[in-house]
Design a protein around this ligand. Structure first.
Ligand SMILES: O=P(O)(O)O[C@H]1O[C@H](CO)[C@@H](O)[C@H]1O
Ligand SMILES: Nc1nc2[nH]cnc2c(=O)[nH]1
Length: 275
């Protein structure tokens, strides 16, 4: 099974021959949140440019490294940098790593992102829980349960224990094409549609992960308010998004680490060969 002539299996085989880690959990780090990967123990790390078939990151704040290692007793693989369609990647390149993760034996995908808030009660520095091919799954996959309820409840429990429950809200994330931020008319439209947070990523990864049977948890770090009024002089920029990511990275890191530590793993999905 290939994407633009490059085989998912070939990339998975290359990775399995270069690391002894067999990850159960994959984590995609959003803009400014790449330091999550730095906490993994016994790391094996690969630049995307060295991995056969892997697309390249071109966005500031997305380092372009795949990091394998241990987090609280679970084997994880972290993407320090994701692929966006606005970088010119096709849908299949944007989601290429997700299918590779499936072939590596991953069962759970954690997607994080930076997003702007549209909801009136969703302020800057708050977090929001987010609610293609026969080999990997059905032709017409259902998406109604794409964000795992058990993981959402567990994350909320952890947030309470850490005293940050008031910062954590469930909401609707919408992906727009980017790379431009919203016009005021677009912001108003999204708000009327019931969107709480907006970004330029994540949806394709979640669709592909759900299609191939991965359990998905999504976490948006709200980095800015989306301007909905012509009188509002605030304006968003990528540097500001990255800065908020840096400011809040430790809290995001703690939440994700605790979630990984406490999530149950089936261990019946790993069909891979040893190195
Ligand atoms: O979704 P992530 O990759 O976290 O990044 C978000 O932040 C960038 C804009 O500042 C866009 O790429 C948007 O999608
Ligand atoms: N589209 C969009 N993406 C973002 N990523 C981080 N903040 C924003 C935002 O306000 N709008």
């Amino acid at each position: 099974m290939c994407c633009h002539g490059y085989c998912y299996q070939k990339t998975a085989d290359w990775l399995m021959s270069h690391t002894k880690h067999r990850p159960q959990v994959a984590i995609i780090c959003g803009s400014g949140l790449g330091m999550l990967a730095d906490t993994l123990k016994c790391q094996d790390s690969f630049a995307y440019s060295d991995i056969p078939g892997f697309p390249q990151s071109t966005v500031q704040g997305h380092a372009g490294r795949l990091v394998f290692g241990e987090l609280k007793g679970k084997t994880c693989v972290c993407m320090q940098g994701r692929f966006h369609m606005y970088e010119g990647h096709s849908l299949c390149k944007t989601t290429f790593p997700v299918r590779v993760f499936k072939l590596l034996g991953v069962e759970t995908l954690i997607v994080t992102n930076a997003a702007g808030s549209l909801a009136d009660g969703l302020h800057r520095l708050t977090y929001s829980l987010l609610s293609v091919v026969y080999r990997f799954g059905p032709r017409f996959p259902a998406m109604s349960g794409c964000y795992d309820k058990g993981l959402r409840c567990l994350a909320m429990e952890i947030a309470k224990e850490h005293g940050v429950a008031s910062l954590m809200q469930e909401g609707v994330y919408a992906m727009v094409g980017g790379p431009n931020f919203e016009t005021i008319a677009e912001a108003r439209l999204l708000h009327r549609l019931g969107v709480d947070a907006v970004g330029m990523s994540t949806a394709p990864e979640v669709v592909v992960a759900t299609h191939c049977g991965l359990r998905v948890f999504g976490l948006s770090l709200i980095t800015n308010k989306v301007v909905k009024s012509y009188e509002d002089k605030d304006s968003v920029n990528h540097e500001g998004v990255l800065e908020v990511g840096r400011l809040r990275s430790q809290t995001v890191q703690q939440l994700v680490t605790e979630l990984v530590s406490r999530m149950e793993i089936n261990n019946n999905n790993n069909t891979n060969n040893a190195v």
